[in-house]
Design a protein around this ligand. Structure first.
Ligand SMILES: NC(=O)c1ccc[n+]([C@@H]2O[C@H](COP(=O)([O-])OP(=O)(O)OC[C@H]3O[C@@H](n4cnc5c(N)ncnc54)[C@H](OP(=O)(O)O)[C@@H]3O)[C@@H](O)[C@H]2O)c1
Length: 284
């Protein structure tokens, strides 16, 4: 089976600057502790991933940075994302914590920096002000693109209206039990790339009988079926695993194709079911 890297998707950075692209398949690092992150990310890079997703909140940027420093790959061949943590939304905290992330990651320039959660109802926090600080960071030249995560339609409209700058990406929970049709349509209209977090539903999607049966029929694994579904929908997908064989198998998704009927059957599994928090419930 072909294990070549997945295709890339063009990103706009909101300022009309240089065109950038994001590898459609990335490696997620949530819940990988810092002292295991170097090994996990080194393994992911060695089996072909070139896009790594971390966050201030995960506490593993230093471990990810050690893997980047020692992997022997050219910086330009890697795409690194991090995210602004919830206690860091105020301007001074955002600027300081961005500096800390860059030191931990050992990078001069980050590829993508996201606002992790909108915190729309948190007292003293205004998502448009947070987004203005993200624009300031973009304009400093130390990040190639900025985006958001967990933003609902009203949050996207508010920050774009307030600043005129559209996020390059919205990273949201997305898998066949939560297909996020409304947000995906809005993203397409606004030119925002949709990135799927918990793309395997934290592993739960792999036990859904329809998925298991489809995988058996195709001679692939349930995880490959689900990752292929994301790719064929044009989504950026960042599965996490701490096992080399799973990392490798999850990246071997270019040698087969789901039919239109199979894609529709997976879409029909939508129940609006979240594995993580609803964005409106996350506060500082
Ligand atoms: N922006 C946000 O708010 C947000 C929220 C959550 C996640 N994320 C990002 O999205 C990434 C992915 O989401 P996630 O980590 O929550 O969940 P996920 O990628 O949907 O699922 C990970 C789980 O599936 C298991 N798994 C992976 N591949 C497998 C395979 N081939 N066969 C069997 N089991 C397999 C993993 O176990 P093992 O590790 O034991 O293999 C782990 O328990 C995160 O790591 C993070 O980077 C972002």
């Amino acid at each position: 089976m072909d294990a070549s890297p997945a295709p890339v998707i063009a990103l706009t950075n909101g300022t009309g600057g240089a065109q950038l692209s994001i590898p459609q398949l990335g490696f997620g690092t949530y819940k990988i502790p810092d002292d295991q992150a170097q090994e996990a990310v080194t393994t992911a890079l060695s089996v072909g991933y070139r896009h790594i997703d971390t966050a201030q909140m995960y506490g593993n940027e230093a471990g990810v940075g050690r893997a980047i420093a020692t992997c022997g790959l050219a910086r330009d061949d890697l795409f690194i994302t991090s995210k602004l943590n919830n206690p860091n939304h105020r301007r001074d905290d955002a600027l300081r914590s961005f500096d800390e992330s860059m030191r931990a990651l050992g990078l001069d320039v980050l590829d993508l920096f996201l606002v992790h959660w909108p915190l729309a109802d948190s007292p003293g926090i205004d998502l448009a002000e947070t987004w203005s600080t993200m624009i300031e960071i973009l304009e400093s030249g130390r990040v190639r693109a900025i985006g958001v995560s967990n933003h609902q339609p009203e949050h996207l409209r508010r920050i774009i209206e307030a600043t005129g700058v559209t996020p390059a990406v919205n990273q949201i929970e997305l898998h066949p039990r939560l297909i996020q049709s409304e947000l995906r349509e809005l993203h397409a209209e606004l030119g925002i790339v949709t990135e799927s977090w918990s793309p395997l539903g934290r592993g739960r999607m792999l036990e859904v009988p329809d998925v298991v049966e489809m995988a058996e029929q195709m001679g692939v694994s349930p995880a490959q079926v689900i990752i292929r579904w994301h790719l064929q929908h044009g989504l950026v997908v960042i599965p996490k695993s701490t096992h080399r064989e799973r990392m490798s198998c999850n990246a071997e998704v270019l040698g087969f194709e789901l039919s239109a009927e199979q894609m529709a059957a997976l879409d029909a599994l939508d129940r609006g079911e979240r594995t993580g928090s609803h964005p409106d419930r996350v506060q500082v």
